[in-house]
Design a binder for this molecule. Structure first.
Ligand code: SF4
Length: 330
């Protein structure tokens, strides 16, 4: 079994209002810290893959050396790129796109919330929209395919439609045959849980966007999620059945990658906890949030926290993690 260590070594330039990880301060971690983390796990796991970014990839001035260090620290599979890159870096450092090309990146996902005003607001940084457009041009000119994703809610829904017109106007599909665009509402945890009030309602999804909506058939109004789950005898217990993926904060706190980094999901701390005990919790998935998940049926969660009148859109999985996190906050 491969152990993936995903470490928040540099943070992120953005403060997206939909960020499922939750907002954390940016702290720069040292090479010694990276080695310390890997060495802590080496006696217990033969195959380790090390990632120096939990949030923005390559958000470090020495991104190329860092990528090499991540590879060198990995005793199992080498780290992957996941069609992700830093648009912050793309528009500031002309060498960055060459690096992406060199390490074999073929596609990069860029995130929008509508046009200028909404994108800057929801990314949490002025100028983000212009940077995303510029990053798109840079990628196309270098032969890397941009994939635009848009997060939709009740406030920005009309603006997200405008993105379709902008894509036509800027001729992205003519300039890059594989250019693609998709829309979704995002999960409802971390920062995005705070946007429950403006979560898109099923009947308010603009018709033009339905062909671009991610897995549209698997999205339901909350009332339908409620109806499907109200008699469920199951427990909703997130579980890692292949690789183990651990998210590690700049404070050396360790979490599974199921949801936002919040206290009841914490496995332990690499500086202060006994490693035998911490690894036992990982292998047995024994943490407060999962213990609670095993003790309460989905039907009870729905009864306690669901709204049978709501038309807000969810996948069944996102709805259950939303309910579980709501329960854990009480
Ligand atoms: S969603 Fe990604 S880019 Fe946005 S704040 Fe979170 S980690 Fe940073």
């Amino acid at each position: 079994m491969n152990l993936n260590l995903v470490v928040d070594m540099y943070g992120c330039p953005n403060r997206c209002k939909h960020c499922w990880l939750g907002h954390m301060p940016n702290k720069k971690m040292s090479d010694e810290a990276a080695l310390f983390i890997v060495n802590k796990f080496k006696p217990y796991f033969d195959q380790i893959t090390f990632y120096s970014w939990l949030r923005e990839p390559d958000f470090s001035s020495d991104y190329e050396a860092r990528w090499q260090k991540d590879n060198n620290l990995s005793t199992g599979r080498k780290p992957e790129r996941f069609e992700l890159a830093s648009f912050y870096q793309l528009v500031r450092d002309p060498n960055y796109v060459k690096f992406l090309k060199k390490v074999g990146v073929k596609k990069v996902q860029l995130t929008f919330f509508g046009l200028n005003e909404y994108t800057d607001y929801f990314v949490g940084r002025k100028g983000a929209f212009d940077e995303l457009l510029k990053a798109t041009d840079i990628l196309i000119e270098t032969g890397i395919t941009p994939r635009w994703q848009a997060f939709i809610n009740e406030e920005n829904k009309a603006d997200v439609v405008e993105l379709l017109h902008l894509i036509d106007h800027l001729k992205f599909k003519q300039r890059c045959k594989d250019f693609s665009f998709f829309v979704h509402e995002g999960s409802c945890d971390g920062e995005n849980k705070k946007l429950y009030g403006i979560r898109i309602q099923n009947s308010h999804i603009p018709d033009e966007l339905i062909p671009f909506y991610l897995d549209y058939e698997e999205r339901f109004p909350e009332s339908e999620c409620y109806r499907r789950l109200i008699d469920s005898k199951d427990h909703f217990v997130p579980h890692q059945d292949q690789d183990i993926v651990l998210n590690i904060s700049a404070e050396f706190d360790v979490y599974f990658n199921f949801t936002a980094l919040s206290p009841s999901w914490k496995i332990g701390n690499l500086k202060t906890d006994d490693m035998n005990e911490l690894v036992r919790r990982i292998k047995e998935e024994d943490i407060p949030a999962l213990r609670e998940a095993r003790s309460i049926k989905v039907s009870e969660l729905v009864k306690l926290y669901g709204n049978p009148q709501s038309e807000k859109v969810f996948t069944l999985e996102d709805y259950q993690i939303y309910l579980l996190n709501t329960h854990l906050e009480h």
